[in-house]
Design a protein around this ligand. Structure first.
Ligand SMILES: NC(=O)N[C@@H](CC(=O)O)C(=O)O
Ligand SMILES: [Zn+2]
Ligand SMILES: [Zn+2]
Length: 434
């Protein structure tokens, strides 16, 4: 029996979006009650002292690197980083070694996550064998093994024919296609966005159109097949315009954006620093503004981190050679809260929704709501706590972030998965004098 009472919290009213005082009572992993001044009756009481209680955050795009790249991250360290960042569910990408293109690898990931993971792990399986774009994987067997979606993340599916076949089969099985959109014939050799920064340093660039041509192609194919088509880490204004059009047509097209594409543009890159190198690259200020607009008007449905840990040695190779990718799990909420909510671009309720209820709705997951009868996946956030981001303190193995030294407010302090503590920050939950 585990009964917990989170006392003196604040929750977001689903209708008004306003904060209201509330307690949350958890019984046997389920939310038993949400309301004012709930009785303690036999529960372990945790005084959260006015902090915000939200549904556990959901990240539909992370790289846990296991199996095969355990020097970058493991399921244990990646899910610890997730729990610390307030995430209770993460979907992990299949670009591991071996690639998650077989029921065996999917099974292995699930078993390891079950044993060593701190949060729920939902594996995404590869669309093509070894992500080579040549031969489809066995979607039915992968679904049976527990894959929740299909993606060749890390590379785009280059052949339209291959993508169309994938979509037709995925649609039959009701599996979403989660697409890394990148046309190799356009993107090849680039290391940053083909814009102001690339020009200044004379670096090979990647145009937004390298992404948008895949988005355009895939929307046409999604209409033909009826599949749920989800655009990964959308970054270019042209892609956003296409998704908006697809939605107006009523197609099952959705999109995610990362915190870094919302918060940075290529104008913010201080020099040839691999910490600013990721795929897709940081784009122009105009692209960034379009992403924010699209997030507000619902064209972009959710925020996902694309947590992509790499070692210090790998990132020390210089901007041309270093691998693409930055970590995100431990900084996503505070950065977005500080830079988008406290600045008035988004409401707190909008931000929370795009990290909880919306991803759950999009992928048909039974989490993401703070209500009686729901699974007790819960995150407590201290909106006033301000800290300086220091990668040395990350529990992720990956320290690769461009946000080192940034000040941010809004740190998760307690993360519960199914009513069990997945992370408790070593701060007193009850503030002095309260
Ligand atoms: N985003 C990145 O820059 N890198 C990702 C791959 C990917 O998400 O495409 C990785 O696996 O490192
Ligand atoms: Zn990708
Ligand atoms: Zn990715």
């Amino acid at each position: 029996m585990n009964h917990i009472l989170l006392k003196n919290g604040r929750i977001l009213d689903e209708k008004t979006g306003e904060m209201a005082p509330a307690d949350v009572r958890i019984e046997n992993g389920v939310i038993a009650a949400v309301g004012r001044e709930l009785p303690e009756s036999g529960a372990e009481t945790v005084d959260v002292a006015g902090r915000l209680i939200v549904p556990g955050l959901i990240d539909m795009h992370v790289h846990l690197r296991e199996p095969g790249f355990e020097h970058k991250e493991t399921i244990a360290t990646g899910t610890a980083a997730a729990a610390r960042g307030g995430f209770t569910t993460v979907a992990c990408m299949p670009n591991t070694r071996p690639v998650a293109d077989s029921p065996e690898v999917i099974g292995r990931i699930r078993e390891t996550a079950h044993r060593e993971g701190r949060v729920r792990v939902l594996p995404i399986a590869a669309i093509t064998k070894r992500e080579l774009g040549e031969e489809l994987t066995d979607f039915a067997a992968l679904k049976e093994a527990g894959a929740i979606a299909l993606s060749d993340d890390g590379v785009g599916v280059q052949s339209a024919r291959m993508m169309k076949q994938a979509m037709a089969w995925a649609c039959e099985l009701d599996l979403p296609i989660v697409a890394h959109c990148e046309d190799n014939s356009l993107a090849k050799g680039g290391c940053v966005h083909d814009g102001i920064f690339a020009a200044k340093l004379d670096l090979p660039g990647i145009l937004g159109s390298a992404e948008a041509v895949h988005v355009a192609r895939d929307i046409v194919l999604a209409e033909d097949t009826g599949v749920h088509y989800h655009v990964c880490h959308i970054s270019a204004k042209a892609s956003v315009d296409l998704v908006r059009m697809a939605k107006q047509k009523g197609l099952r097209v959705t999109a995610e954006v990362t915190p870094h594409h919302l918060l940075l543009s290529d104008e913010d890159i201080p020099g040839p620093d691999p910490m600013y190198k990721m795929n897709p690259p940081l784009r122009s200020a105009e692209d960034r503004a379009a992403l924010l607009e699209a997030l507000k008007d619902g064209t972009i449905d959710i925020i996902a981190t694309d947590h992509a840990p790499h070692t210090a040695e790998e990132k020390a190779m210089g901007i041309r050679q270093a691998p693409f990718g930055i970590v995100g799990l431990e900084t996503a909420f505070p950065l977005l809260y500080t830079r988008l909510v406290l600045t008035g671009h988004l409401t707190l309720a909008q931000l929370v929704e795009k990290l909880t209820r919306r991803p759950a709705e999009l992928f048909g997951l039974p989490w993401g709501r703070l209500a009686e009868g729901q699974t007790a996946d819960i995150t407590v956030i201290d909106l006033d706590e301000e800290r300086t981001i220091d990668p040395d303190n990350f529990v992720s193995k990956g320290k690769n972030t461009p946000f080192a030294g940034w000040r941010a407010k809004g740190w998760p302090v307690l993360t519960l998965v199914k009513g069990r503590v997945a992370w408790r920050e070593s701060v007193d939950l009850v503030r002095n004098g309260q």
